[in-house]
Design a protein around this ligand. Sequence first.
Ligand code: C2E
Ligand code: MG
Ligand code: MG
Ligand code: MG
Length: 294
Amino acid sequence: SAKNRGKARYEIFSPAMHNIAMKKLALENQLKRVISKKELVVYYQPIVALKNNLLVGFEALVRWQTSEQKLISPQDFIPLAENIGIIIDIDLWVLREACLQLRFWQEQGLINNPLSVAVNLSTKQFSQPDFIENIDNILAETGLEGQYLKLEITENVLIENAELTREIFKQLQQREIQICLDDFGTGYSSLSYLQNFPINKIKIDRSFISQMDDNDSNPAIVRAMMMIANELNIEVIAEGIETLTQLEFLHLLGCHYVQGYWFSPPQNREKIELWLESFSQNNLQNCNNWLLPS
Ligand code: C2E
Ligand code: MG
Ligand code: MG
Ligand code: MG
């Protein structure tokens, strides 16, 4: 009967939705304590200059290692962290950790050429009145110079509060901190902001790179991005390189930097250190096959 169907529907949907809501609530509560419980870990993914195969730096990518030793991807908790406002603290924690790590590698002599670390920031960070003060404190505490730090933002930052953002960029430039526009090409804003803001690098989103996978593919969009960037004197980093075909395409197009599983996935501090050690022991400036110790 209709009544039974109605009841059945009620039983199918409501408990499930209740379940999802409860799980989300539990996760949010866990997330609030993620810093005090020291459950965040930073992974590092190498970034390579295409012209000479030199390692130029790392992107810092956060993971959540739960007490049950589960590793949660940022995709699954950053949006939640943004909702409950804890993202500000998470970003600053990652920033401090990444600066400390790079400074440590510098002091250990594990890295000699001017490698940098790039840290992702949520749009919310730019509306914090003490953002620059926090940056200054972190640089002072860790001893890292601004020239070795890059900040990755998305174009939302430029749209949401253009005037404030302009002022913050000025402050960052004074500290020689570079600004990278992440996930380039996936947003909705016009290209004019590239001219109106001092962007140092754009990172072409993986979705465009994965389209360049066979010899028939037409990398028109990526080529167009390269042309715009070249015109504006902005360097280009291609994200998510997984195949040699993609790499060869990017080489042909004159892309400056590359990053992706082809070279290395993001790895924890220990693995990166092993890798850097094998570099310096063998006196390598670069590594043509990019074999990582497993
Ligand atoms: P993103 O900044 O665009 O980072 C690149 C993502 O692509 C990373 O995912 C990286 O692991 C992944 N990736 C790199 N190379 C390849 C490849 O060859 N193939 C594939 N399939 N994937 C590749 P991850 O680490 O899961 O991070 C996802 C996103 O979470 C990041 O995207 C960034 O937007 C955000 N995120 C990560 N760490 C932080 C953080 O500390 N703060 C903030 N606010 N966001 C962060
Ligand atoms: Mg990024
Ligand atoms: Mg990206
Ligand atoms: Mg992203």
